[in-house]
Design a protein around this ligand. Sequence first.
Ligand code: MN
Length: 201
Amino acid sequence: MLPLLFTLISLPYAPNALEPVISQETIEYHHGKHLQTYVDNLNKLVVGTEFESMPLEEIVAKSQGGIFNNAGQILNHNLYFLQFKPYTIDQSSIINDQLPIIKAIVRDFGSFEAFKAELEQKGTTLFGSGWVWLAADKDGKLVITQEPNAGNPVTKGLKPLLTMDVWEHAYYIDYRNRRAAHLQSLWQIINWDEINRRYTE
Ligand code: MN
């Protein structure tokens, strides 16, 4: 049997660590079943193609159809799951305004609150399934993009930094139809050191 080319990422926190923002049950379905399925699908689809030995970001930039959809969903979910940190009740010191990413957000959106409002609004109004992204252009200027289905801002030459998954599977167990409430709650578990690392690397 051939070795698998793509593997399911391990989560850097316990499956219940994001509660009550994201439940253990949602993590078990979202990471353990949805993401696993994209990994399994891509491993079948790339056999014998030019994409077999390409990094995910390059596949997403160059492919279409089923390979794009599954590679995109793996890249998107890897960035999504790795941007979180365990929930803590004390949210008073969650934002370090000396981080370069936070300074850039204030510079490009006017205020941190304005940035949060725009990202939530673009996530709430994205019709159907998809992703809303904070991304940076080649000069480090920040933008928010709406991407349908498996979309990722790498296809526009942008660097993806932070994302909110607005597919119903991301929130329906915990929030039912209340997408906006789910997006609003996600701020409590964003690991800004990780977002800053992506921005500054
Ligand atoms: Mn998802």
